[in-house]
Design a protein around this ligand. Structure first.
Ligand SMILES: [Zn+2]
Length: 194
């Protein structure tokens, strides 16, 4: 059973809701943080509501998870958020998404780079690959844009505006398209025996 299923099952048994600690206990989760992270995702999906309520066990008011719509928990199960999203994500989700975007870029750069230089920053590496022609200039610009915005979100602890978010999203879209066509070209080359 997934953590998510355990959580939904536990909350079904307690319609009045459970705080993160009590939920972690009831659902037999390894850590309270698991309950917290999963419940925040479930809240975004509209499956549960998180409101301040008196916890009988802890004898104080705590943020309490209340099951609102069990079906919403099952319909989409983004353990990881989708790579493209039209709405502006919450600050927490922006950090998650930007981290994911950067991981993608790092992977793509890794694939395109025949040599890696120790201690080289990602931005420097991308710039070097533009110089050597391994990554086209327009894609380099997109990569540096996403990297810059990610820095803004993760280090600056600031939420991106709708426009900024759209830029990050579109840039990532172009980067992925470049990666796809690059892979396709390579596969074709291989299948032709080249
Ligand atoms: Zn409690």
């Amino acid at each position: 059973m997934t953590n998510r299923q355990k959580i939904v099952q536990a909350l079904t048994k307690f319609p009045e809701g459970l705080c993160d600690d009590c939920l972690a206990n009831e659902a037999n989760l390894a850590r309270r943080q698991v309950a917290n992270a999963e419940c925040r995702l479930l809240e975004k999906q509209g499956a549960i509501q998180r409101i301040e309520r008196f916890c009988k066990h802890h004898r104080r008011s705590k943020l309490t998870n209340i099951l609102m719509n069990a079906a919403a928990a099952g319909s989409v199960a983004p353990e990881e958020p989708p790579i493209s999203t039209k709405t502006i994500p919450s600050p927490d989700m922006q950090i998650v998404l930007m981290t994911k975007y950067l991981r993608c870029i790092t992977d793509f750069v890794e694939e395109a780079d025949p040599e890696s230089i120790p201690q080289e920053s990602l931005a420097k590496r991308i710039a070097r690959l533009r110089g050597s022609g391994h990554i086209p200039a327009n894609i380099v610009t997109m990569m540096l844009t996403v990297n810059g915005l990610r820095h803004h979100v993760v280090k600056g602890l600031k939420r991106l505006s709708a426009d900024e978010w759209q830029i990050a999203d579109s840039a990532m879209h172009l980067i992925e398209n470049w990666h796809k066509s690059r892979k396709l070209a390579e596969d074709t080359k291989h299948s032709l025996g080249g």
